[in-house]
Ligand binder design. Structure first.
Ligand code: FPP
Length: 234
């Protein structure tokens, strides 16, 4: 029987190159990219994926020019204004992973509002990784754990499951996709992808449509996931 990955993570790369190719400003690529978030979230829900984690803003993205950072900060507002009703209609719950504090007040407010408004939904979880970096996530987890041990709240006996509980994203990722041709992970979910299948596609994110997602799922279903053991045929 073909199995659908439960948790899928996507590095949405290539917005800038897509825009440049059409003589458009980089922000036009991000705008089109935000529309793709809607298409892919709805398709992922339809396919039975339970959690979709999208890398929308990394801890390194603050290094970009001020006008681009400012546009990226406005994107959640533009996105939710346009699509919150469709997310509600499709029973999709919005969450986020990362440190929100650094964002402007209005960006934080629209994200919190979307999280609260969709909290009742029981279908797929759409998790936006924003101001997220995996190494930072692990440092925060270690600080948190060390503080709890030092104050006597817990024993110094940490196991894999307790590490999970200290992270922004607690699920193991089944499938990670990166668009636009680069073959690297860029500080995304390093702990959670321990046994993930990885797919690198040349398609830039603004062109990554429903069919492209279906193809990735089909490729995942053809892989032989052994988790360090032997396959059924061995
Ligand atoms: C990487 O492409 C993309 C980003 C840094 C931003 C990704 C954000 C979106 C797709 C929209 C987010 C949507 C919501 C709902 C917040 P790049 O700019 O690095 O492209 P390049 O490598 O071609 O320059």
């Amino acid at each position: 029987m073909l199995n659908t990955p439960q948790t899928v993570a996507i590095i949405m790369d290539g917005n800038g190159r897509w825009a440049k190719k059409q003589n458009l400003p980089r922000t036009a690529g991000h705008k089109k990219g935000a529309d793709r978030v809607r298409d892919i979230a709805l398709e992922a829900k339809r396919l039975g994926i339970q959690k979709l984690i999208l890398y929308a803003f990394s801890t390194e993205n603050w290094k970009r020019p001020e006008d681009e950072v400012s546009y990226l900060c406005k994107l959640p507002g533009l996105f939710f204004n346009k699509f919150i009703q469709e997310l509600m209609d499709n029973n999709i719950r919005v969450t986020f992973a990362g440190e929100l504090e650094k964002f402007p007040e209005n960006t934080k407010a629209v994200i919190r509002k979307a999280v609260n408004q969709t909290a009742v939904n029981t279908g797929m979880e759409l998790c936006l990784a924003i101001n997220y970096g995996s190494q930072r996530e692990l440092v925060l987890a270690m600080q948190n754990y060390a503080n709890q041990v030092a104050s006597g709240q817990r024993e110094n006996d940490i196991q894999e499951q307790e590490v999970n509980e200290l992270l922004f994203v607690q699920e193991n990722v089944d499938l990670m996709i990166r668009t636009s041709g680069e073959c690297r992970i860029s500080n995304f979910l390093l702990w959670q992808i321990a046994y993930a299948e990885l797919i690198f596609t040349p398609t830039p994110w603004p062109d990554f449509d429903e069919q492209a997602l279906q193809q990735c799922i089909a490729e995942y279903q053809n892989r032989d996931r052994r988790f360090g053991g032997l396959s059924n045929e061995d």
